[in-house]
Design a protein around this ligand. Structure first.
Ligand code: SF4
Ligand code: SF4
Length: 385
């Protein structure tokens, strides 16, 4: 990428990036939440530009605005300019600069996130074993086909653990040889990278890559699209070690095509929420839907905003922990579960542990718990076996 300080002035605040392609609603989660132009894509870019030129000074508020971007890339899809693919890279570069030039004066919740990853290997303040959820799922051994990379939420979060167990069950049913890293696993670093802490990201990536090398890992399957994104797109910036990486929905899709998993008839209505790091970041829209549609009797109901227009749950860029967007009726996760409910579906299917935790909280606050069940795709499949 060209030096962002020489590019960022190119945004001329036309505002096209504020809307999905049919102009039906606001699509930037932080703008939808706060409704001030400074929290929109262009507002943020212009604030960064003014700070670079010395026209405004650093303030806590400026730092919060910069970090309230969930890096969802919805603006990247909607901005009609040639530079659009660089927008999130500019925001991430400005975060790195702010850490350096302002001597680390970033929002305290972001500092705490990064310190916890550095000290504990996860942002969730967990000190326990990473494999306490595993209950008999074995460690990876040389010769296993796949390393199942579970990640921080899969290791420690109640809902993430359920997802990890469910994916592991399906892989076992299909006869796949796989294992986990257990306590040898490290945070993938995806959020650390996006928060602008590139040095810490490098340390985390190197640790994971080193472990993969020691064990002779050739194929990694991830629970989280965030880990998938980090390993697919950012680890090659750190090392040229080769290993194939897939998200579990891609692997399940292949196993279903080969009839290694055979769901039975299940008459359910499901809507699917595209995670940003699977969809917009990696263009994986088809496989998760194919997995769901392989269940005979299922009815897949699309939300108004889907695929590249999908509305972020608000959890990206570490916000599932830092919660810089805070709670309100206009919180992205609450907006999203209302959209899901409007489809008439009984199940809101997700493919990401961050989306899972954000949307589980939102259905409770919206009093939709008894009407809309948030389930991982693997859980929907497992319940249909
Ligand atoms: S980012 Fe692109 S679409 Fe958005 S205001 Fe700037 S130029 Fe317009
Ligand atoms: S990446 Fe998402 S949150 Fe960030 S400015 Fe663009 S639309 Fe808004």
């Amino acid at each position: 990428m060209t030096d962002y300080t020489k590019q960022i002035h190119r945004c001329f605040r036309c505002g096209y990036c504020k809307f999905p392609s049919d102009y039906s609603d606001f699509n930037c989660p932080s703008y939808a939440r706060f409704r001030f132009d400074t929290y929109s894509t262009s507002g943020r870019l212009w604030l960064i530009y003014a700070w670079l030129k010395g026209e405004i000074e650093w303030s806590e508020h400026l730092a919060e605005i910069l970090y309230s971007c969930t890096t969802c890339k919805n603006c990247v899809e909607q901005c009609p300019m040639k530079f659009s693919s660089d927008i999130v890279d500019w925001i991430v570069a400005a975060r790195s600069d702010m850490m350096e030039k302002e001597k680390g004066r970033i929002p305290p919740r972001v500092t705490s996130f990064l310190e916890d990853v550095y000290r504990l290997g996860n942002p969730l303040k967990e000190r326990g074993k990473r494999d306490a959820w595993a209950n008999g799922i074995k460690r990876y051994q040389p010769g296993d086909e796949y390393l199942f990379y579970v990640g921080c939420l899969g290791s420690y979060d109640e809902f993430g653990r359920r997802m990890a167990r469910s994916v592991a069950r399906l892989l076992s049913e299909a006869g796949i040889s796989f294992g986990i890293l257990g306590n040898d696993e490290n945070c993938c670093g995806n959020e650390v990278y996006l928060l602008g802490e590139k040095e810490l990201f490098q340390v985390l990536a190197e640790r994971n890559i080193q472990k993969f090398k020691e064990l002779g890992v050739k194929k990694v399957v991830t629970l989280s699209p965030h880990a998938y994104n980090a390993m697919k797109n950012n680890y090659p910036l750190v090392s040229n070690a080769y290993f194939e990486v897939s998200h579990y929905t891609q692997l399940l899709c292949g196993l279903l095509r080969e009839n290694k998993i055979r769901p039975s008839r299940n008459k359910i209505k499901v809507t699917y929420h595209d995670p940003c790091f699977l969809g917009r970041y990696n263009k994986i829209y088809g496989e998760p839907r194919e997995v769901l549609q392989s269940i005979p009797g299922i009815e897949l109901l699309e939300m108004e905003r889907n695929r590249e227009n999908s509305f972020c749950c608000g959890g990206g860029s570490g916000n599932f922990v830092t919660d810089l967007l805070g709670g309100s009726e206009e919180s992205p996760s609450r907006i999203r579960v209302r959209e899901a409910y409007e489809t008439g579906a009984d199940i809101l299917a997700v493919a990401c542990p961050s989306c899972m935790t954000m949307l589980q909280d939102a259905v409770k606050v919206e009093n939709l718990e008894s009407k809309l069940a948030v389930k991982d795709i693997s859980q929907v499949v497992a319940e249909s076996l």
